[in-house]
Design a protein around this ligand. Structure first.
Ligand code: C2E
Ligand code: CA
Ligand code: CA
Length: 470
């Protein structure tokens, strides 16, 4: 029998169940499972909504971004499980500390956020810091890593959610570099810094196609007779207003903006055009180029580089690619593939900044690397500090045992050069021999040296042991 009421009741129950399920799914999708706080996605949506509402009624909204200090250390020493417990505790503290109209969220990792009103931010920030710094017991150990907080206020500092987050992040960054365990609010100083940066970003985008980024060259010498046998290519930005800028002023920014590949390509192309004739004439036999560590994560990196090289006149066997260990061990198989592909073409690979990283030795043992470049921080102390001298000597032994060539960088005085020569270091580079210089100067120096060597060779008593061919 058809029973209309029963059917309707059944239907209502089913709809209610579906509704509940939908709500649960929605809540789970918005929740960070470790802390139970809202996650980044839900946080961003809520921030946009709150800004809209605040705009309509003319109110202010403050965004607090929170980053734990030394969380990585806690994770490394006590383990990931302890790290998780601690994050859950921080989540609980933020939730219980939040006023009814505030919203606490976990943005990811050890980064949290709080949306609040824009009143009395210094008092609110202080309360936040003291809540977060309170000690906590994990596995019987007392931990209190503390936190840094960056604050930005709508609409004074920023007019939309994305901008507000950027402003708060800048303030957080300042709190961090000032030592952590403090809060910092976006202000006029950060505003002018962010404007300067935005301008510099625009200029960098234009600088690449317009050829303002140019290669400079620093000689690499043979330790036995100080003869120049190679050059390292170092990028410089000839900025129309600020003058000549070193890589530190634009390489990190180019990496962040995803422009480093184009910077490297431009530098590489021009450097090869200058240096290929030097190699062809036998003035030098190696040209070393730096690549961004991030490049190694790109599966097409080695193929692209080989393609670029083929479009120049430089023979593959004259090229050394300098890489740092940053991402080398992250994907060992991929790194190996890149290095083997380059090696197969005759390109050498050098491990840069050797001796300062954690995993330098692992990289050296597991990857087919031809050269290591001893970091200049080691060289600086080599003639002063007996322990460093012993360390460098043993590194030279280890490299030699592995059949790897060694270049010492940052050789600044004669004492260092003499020590390294006596210790059997193959090649050296540094201000003691020559500073980086533009292509024309480099070429003039190479020609002058070769002419000198040629003249010396006419006198058999002074004949050098090696001489550039050509
Ligand atoms: P790096 O590869 O370790 O380059 C050596 C740095 O040491 C250069 O700094 C060089 O000028 C400097 N140097 C050389 N001899 C001495 C010395 O005797 N004493 C001291 N104190 N310093 C010395 P620079 O040119 O400022 O380059 C800094 C870093 O920027 C480079 O470090 C390299 O990692 C990166 N870089 C340079 N050019 C490029 C490029 O075209 N692409 C990429 N991705 N990175 C580059
Ligand atoms: Ca280098
Ligand atoms: Ca280096």
């Amino acid at each position: 029998m058809f029973d209309p009421t029963g059917q309707i009741a059944g239907l209502t129950a089913r709809i209610a169940a579906l509704e509940a399920e939908r709500e649960l799914t929605l809540r789970l999708a918005q929740t960070d499972s470790l802390t139970g706080l809202v996650n980044r996605g839900a946080f961003t949506a809520t921030l946009c909504e709150r800004l809209e509402r605040a705009r309509a009624v003319g109110r202010s909204v403050a965004l607090y971004v929170i980053d734990l200090d030394h969380f990585k250390h806690l994770n490394d020493t006590l383990g990931h499980h302890a790290g998780d417990l601690f994050l859950a505790e921080i989540g609980e503290r933020l939730r219980s500390d939040a006023d009814p109209l505030e919203l606490a969220a976990r943005l990811g990792g050890d980064e949290f956020a709080l949306i609040s009103d824009g009143f009395d931010i210094s008092r609110r920030a202080q309360r936040l810091l003291s809540r977060l710094a309170a000690p906590h017991q994990i596995y019987g150990r007392t931990v209190s890593p503390g936190a840094s907080v960056g604050i930005a206020v709508f609409p004074g500092d920023a007019g939309d959610a994305g901008e507000l987050q950027r402003c708060a992040d800048m303030a957080l960054y300042r709190a961090k570099i000032l030592g952590g365990r403090r809060w910092s609010a976006f202000d006029a100083e950060l505003r002018s810094e962010s404007q300067r940066r935005a301008t510099l970003e625009d200029e960098l985008r234009r600088a690449i196609p317009s050829g303002e980024i140019e290669p400079w060259f620093q000689p690499v010498v043979d330790s036995t007779d100080s003869r120049i046998i190679g050059v390292e290519v170092l990028a410089r930005w000839r900025h129309p207003e600020h003058g000549l800028l070193p890589p530190a002023a634009f390489v990190p920014m180019a990496e962040e903006l995803g422009l480093i590949g184009r910077v490297d390509e431009a530098v590489f192309h021009t450097a090869c055009a200058h240096a290929a004739p030097w190699v062809a004439e036998g003035l030098i036999d190696q040209v070393s180029c730096n690549v961004s560590p991030r490049d190694l994560l790109d599966p097409a990196f080695s193929r692209k580089l080989i393609g670029r090289l083929a479009r120049t006149e430089l023979p593959a066997t004259a090229l050394t690619v300098e890489i740092t260990e940053t991402f080398l061990l992250q994907d060992l198989a991929l790194s190996r593939r890149h290095i083997e592909r380059l090696n197969a073409k005759g390109v050498w690979v050098a491990l840069d900044d050797f001796g300062i990283g954690y995993s330098n030795l692992r990289a050296l043992m597991h990857l087919p690397i031809q050269t290591v470049k001893l970091d200049r921080s080691l060289i600086a102390d080599v003639a002063r500090d007996g322990r460093v001298a012993k360390l460098v000597t043993s590194m030279l032994h280890a490299a030699r045992a592995l059949g790897v060539r060694i270049v010492a960088e940052g050789v600044e005085d004669e004492a260092q050069a003499l020590f390294l020569r006596a210790a059997g270091c193959d090649r050296m580079q540094g201000y003691w021999f020559a500073r980086p210089m533009p292509a024309a100067e480099m070429e003039a120096m190479l020609r002058a040296r070769t002419a000198q060597a040629g003249a010396a060779q006419t006198n058999p008593a002074e004949a050098p042991r090696h001489r550039a061919q050509g």
